[in-house]
Structure formats: structure tokens, C-alpha cells
Design a binder for this molecule. Structure first.
Ligand code: ADP
Ligand code: MG
Length: 346
């Protein structure tokens, strides 16, 4: 319920931000996939182009879900997971592409992102929303089985060792966002906003009037508010935060982003990480990875990887705000937050 409410709030905020221009949306529609509501706002002078785009996008989102969903029994990923410890599984070439890009990101982030965390995600009950706290012995056994480097990709075949399962939950929305944006651009759409649920957004072009899209960044301490606004033009943004999916037990909060080293919720001192980059895939995957790394390692990672062309905003559990220097001119504090200090990372 909570997730739905947040989606609705975000959608409303986006529409408000788009509504500032004197143009009206040619087409707004929602697609439900990947456990989330995908809200699309397209601006085009031609209604036919919008209808065509809507049909293509809804088909694409369902085929991406059919390939990558971890909860659908007939998806490529579920078929691969059922065969762990057995022979390899043949999958679609698109699935291989996502898997190989995801594995590259696991490697670059030195395993902060690890797509084989799935058995641990399940053990905490995050898949079925039947939450429980696994024992320390159980966590140790689960952590021992998390190792992306053991996933074998050979042409169109994926092989997993015994006891291992994969989950592309940390990057699937980003992948879908890039796909939809590329398609929209390819079909001549120069102004659109793709909101893949509460955490991943892709801006195609600018607002119809030519000014950048203005997207709110959720305050992890009060998720109904935005603490900052980022201006985006042909750019994606993704946020991972402990407030997005969690449960409480005996006064402790447990969230859905796990540290692959411990198989337990990542406690790095951060409460959210937002990544801005031309690639939604990178935004999605890196926001999860940087959340696991924490502020210090995350900042070092940003400095060490200029080739990835991303910028980041970190919010600590104490409510401190940090942002990277490359967001200069695109980042501002939202109304009600203008007295907050922002540390610029150079
Ligand atoms: P959301 O899906 O809410 O946008 P994220 O993009 O941060 O959030 O992805 C979190 C999801 O990815 C979790 O629900 C889980 O399925 C999976 N996951 C959790 N921790 C990791 C991790 N360290 N590496 C890869 N996937 C993870
Ligand atoms: Mg992610």
C-alpha cells in the first residue's frame, strides 16, 4: 500500500512539474509491470505518434518483465534459477545482454552490486513481503553463496552453481527506462518523461517549452517530501533508499538493500543515494551499489570512475546531504529545505 501511495504522490508531483509549462501533455498513460507503476508522459504534436508509442511501450514493458521477472515462473530468470546446480539454460539474447551488463557492473563495483543476492533477498522475505530475520548462522551460509563471478554466460546459455539464484531487481527498471527512452527518441519524440516507479526516472529531451525537467529527490526521513530538485535534460536519475521497502521488528528497521558480504541489510550510514547519468541502467545499478558502499567508499568510487559519467547525491542517516561537483547548476534545495547545508564533493 505504502509503495502505491508513494508512486501516486510521485506521479502527481511529476505532473505538477510538467504542468508549469503552457503546453498540455499529448498523452499520459500508466503501465503496470515489474511490481511497479510505469508512468509515461509524452509530448508530441501528433496524436498518432503518441498512440503508436503507447502500444510499443506497453508491449516492450511486458516482454522485459517476461524475460527478467524473478517472481514470474515462466521468465528467463526464473528458468535459470530453477536449474541452478544443473545444466545451463538457454535464454533470449536480450536477457543475455542485460545479464552481461549487470555482471560488468557487479565487477566494477567490486561486488557491492551482486545479482546473486537473491537467496538472501528471499530469506528476509522481501520477495513475498513475508518478512523475517534470518539467524546469524543462516546469514553466514547465505553470504557464502553470493558470488556474481560464479555466473557463467556462454553465448545464449546461463549456468549457475548449486544453491545460487539471480535477481535483476536492482537494474531491471533502469534497463526498461533506457529501452523506452531509446524507442521514444527513435520515433521522433523529443519531449517525454518516463517514471519507472518511485525510484527511476528518464527525461527524454527537455520540457516542451525547452526548459529542463525538474525532478524532486525524496527526503528519506520524510518520504512524502522532496528535499531537492534536479534539473534533467536527456538524462536519467535513480534513487535507492532504505525507506523504499523495509520492515520493522523489535524496534529495528530492516531494508531491502543487502550487503553481499553479510547477506543482511546494508548499514553503511546512508539513508539514500541518488545517481544522475545518461544511462538509467547505470543510475539504477549504481544507486544500489553506492548505498552498499557508504559515503566514503562511494565518493572514492565516483572519483575513480570518471568514465562512467555519473553524478551522485548522498543522504546520511543523520540527515547530512552531500552532492558531487558535477551537479553544479542542476541541483537545488527544495522549498522548506533551503536552510540545509549541502557538502560538495570534489
Ligand atoms: P528498488 O527496486 O526499490 O528501486 P533498488 O534498485 O535499490 O531498489 O534494488 C533493490 C533490489 O535489488 C532489492 O529488492 C533486491 O531484490 C535486489 N538487491 C538488494 N541488494 C542488492 C545488492 N547488493 N546487489 C544487487 N541486488 C540487490
Ligand atoms: Mg537499483
Amino acid at each position: 500500500m505504502r509503495k502505491r501511495l508513494l508512486c501516486a504522490l510521485l506521479a502527481a508531483a511529476l505532473v505538477m512539474s510538467a504542468g508549469c509549462s503552457r503546453y498540455t501533455a499529448s498523452r499520459e498513460f500508466s503501465l503496470f509491470a515489474m511490481d511497479t507503476l510505469v508512468n509515461v508522459t509524452l509530448y508530441t504534436g501528433e496524436p498518432e505518434a503518441a498512440s503508436k508509442e503507447q502500444a510499443i511501450m506497453s508491449g516492450a514493458v511486458s516482454s522485459i518483465e517476461k524475460a527478467l521477472s524473478v517472481t514470474r515462473e515462466d521468465s528467463d530468470i526464473s528458468r535459470v534459477n530453477r536449474k541452478s546446480g544443473q545444466q545451463g539454460t538457454t535464454v533470449d539474447s536480450g536477457t543475455i545482454e542485460v545479464l552481461s551488463r549487470a555482471l560488468e557492473l557487479c565487477q566494477v563495483t567490486d561486488g557491492a552490486l551482486d545479482i546473486t543476492a537473491y537467496p538472501a533477498v528471499k530469506a528476509w522475505g522481501f520477495t513475498q513481503e513475508e518478512h523475517r530475520v534470518p539467524s546469524p548462522t543462516e546469514l553466514e551460509a547465505l553470504a557464502a553463496k553470493i558470488d556474481y563471478s560464479a555466473v557463467k554466460l556462454e553465448e545464449d546459455t546461463v549456468t549457475l552453481p548449486e544453491g545460487m539464484e539471480i535477481d535483476l531487481g536492482a537494474v531491471a527498471k533502469g534497463y526498461a527506462g533506457d529501452w523506452l527512452a531509446r524507442d521514444a527518441r527513435g520515433n521522433g519524440i523529443t519531449s517525454a518523461l518516463l517514471d519507472l516507479g518511485q525510484s527511476t526516472i528518464v527525461a527524454v529531451g527537455s520540457k516542451p517549452g525547452g526548459s529542463p525537467w525538474r525532478i524532486g529527490v525524496v527526503d528519506p526521513a520524510r518520504p512524502e517530501n522532496y528535499f531537492a530538485v534536479v534539473e534533467l535534460e536527456d538524462m536519467a536519475m535513480g534513487t535507492s533508499g532504505g525507506y523504499q521497502r523495509y520492515f520493522e521488528q523489535d524496534g529495528v528497521t530492516y531494508w531491502h538493500i543487502l550487503d553481499p558480504d553479510t547477506a543482511a541489510p546494508a548499514r553503511s550510514g546512508l539513508s539514500s543515494v541518488t545517481v544522475v547519468s545518461p544511462s538509467a541502467f547505470l543510475c539504477d545499478g549504481l544507486s544500489t551499489a553506492l548505498f552498499v558502499m557508504g559515503l566514503e567508499k562511494g565518493t572514492a568510487f565516483w572519483r575513480d570512475h570518471p568514465e562512467l559519467e555519473f553524478e551522485a547525491i548522498f543522504v546520511t542517516e543523520d540527515g547530512e546531504i552531500y552532492r558531487t561537483a558535477g551537479l553544479e547548476g542542476r541541483f537545488s534545495l527544495a522549498e522548506g529545505y533551503t536552510d540545509r547545508e549541502v557538502t560538495v564533493l570534489e
